[in-house]
Design a binder for this molecule. Structure first.
Ligand SMILES: [Mn+2]
Length: 339
């Protein structure tokens, strides 16, 4: 039996920060595209079960036409699909789930901890949906079956009381646990995984994004990447003798097409005040932002060599006041550079 584990699609999630609206829209569309690609892949590998461990969508922004779009993709999947809703798509009376007819191959778990048996596959699938943004419930003992593989799909932060924390003893009872909530893919213990989100949603979301495939016959776990764009944070150390053109050329080399970059500039340079402006107007990338941490490479005594007032001022600091002195130097050089 092949199980595909997906979580944290966060369909219709708006980027939490400062991105141009066109890019925000593209990022939202990317998640749809990736999920569509995942659906085709599920059929290609003839998976038997798909487990979606919550946060399928953002409740605030997900409307009926989004729901229908989602269900069309689900219908195209040959496998049986199980969803346990999480804290962003929690299931209550107002949920869109109550207003649609579910496809035959989809089961959405209720707010009670329960299970569904799949006799043809010899599997018992356990799950539970959140009923509000915070959800902390003591789960009763699972009614494990000896004739079935007992599998759990659930949205949980293992250490946070607000998001259905679970003990290792509890997790250990199952043949596989598909966890959702944490966006970074990780193994919690044998056959207990967070699959992570299928697309990154911020500069904090580094690393590959995708789905987990668990083959129960071979007892093999496989990860497959589906993300279309990466959020990349990189550092570039400026050499003090580089020209602006050289800096531009070197930074440009670090950027690939289609990713989003946060570029931290480090080092010292005498034109430090011009570098980020120059890069902002000349770098070519889908999206980038610059964090300018370049320090001044000017010698204060050289800059103010004829200014006795400044020289006397700097000499007035004693050895215990080096911190204040450095701040004063930094300030004077910034004034000199006209920042
Ligand atoms: Mn969550």
């Amino acid at each position: 039996m092949k199980i595909v584990h997906i979580s944290d699609l966060h369909l219709k999630k708006f980027y939490n920060g400062d991105l141009p609206i066109e890019i925000t829209k593209e990022l939202i569309e990317d998640v749809w595209k990736s999920f569509y690609e995942v659906s085709k892949y599920i059929n290609k590998i003839s998976a038997d079960i798909v487990l979606i461990a919550g946060d399928v969508y953002e409740r605030e922004f997900f409307n009926m036409s989004d729901m229908n779009r989602f269900l069309e993709i689900i219908k195209s999947i040959d496998a049986k699909v199980f969803i346990s809703c999480g804290n962003h798509d929690y299931l209550d009376d107002d949920s869109l789930w109550n207003r649609v007819e579910l496809p035959k191959n989809l089961y959405v778990f209720t707010n009670e901890f329960s299970y569904v048996d799949l006799e043809d596959l010899g599997a018992r699938i356990f799950g539970i949906s959140y009923d509000s943004f915070k959800f902390n419930k003591i789960l009763e003992e699972p009614q494990l079956s000896h004739e079935h593989k007992n599998i759990l799909v659930i949205h949980s932060d293992l250490k946070d009381d607000r998001y259905l924390p679970l003990s290792k003893d509890f997790l250990n009872k199952f043949s596989y646990v598909a966890l959702g909530h944490i966006h970074k893919r990780q193994k919690v213990m044998d056959r207990v995984f967070y699959s992570g989100s299928i697309e990154p949603h911020s500069f904090k979301d580094t690393g590959d994004r995708g789905i987990i495939i668990y083959d129960t016959d071979k007892d093999e776990i496989e990860f497959k990447d589906f993300s279309s764009k990466d959020f990349v944070t990189l550092e570039y150390e400026i050499s003090k003798d580089d020209s602006l053109q050289e800096i531009l050329r070197e930074v440009q080399k670090l950027l690939d097409d289609g990713n989003l970059y946060r570029i931290k500039l480090k080092g010292k340079h005498k034109n430090h005040s011009q570098i980020s402006e120059f890069l902002n107007s000349n770098l070519d990338a889908y999206y980038f932002e610059i964090i300018d941490e370049v320090k001044n490479d000017l010698d204060i005594y050289e800059v103010f060599r004829d200014d006795y007032l400044v020289k006397n001022f700097l000499e007035s600091f004693d050895d215990t006041e080096s911190l204040a002195k450095n701040l004063a130097i930094e300030y004077l050089l910034e004034q000199y550079n006209g920042i």
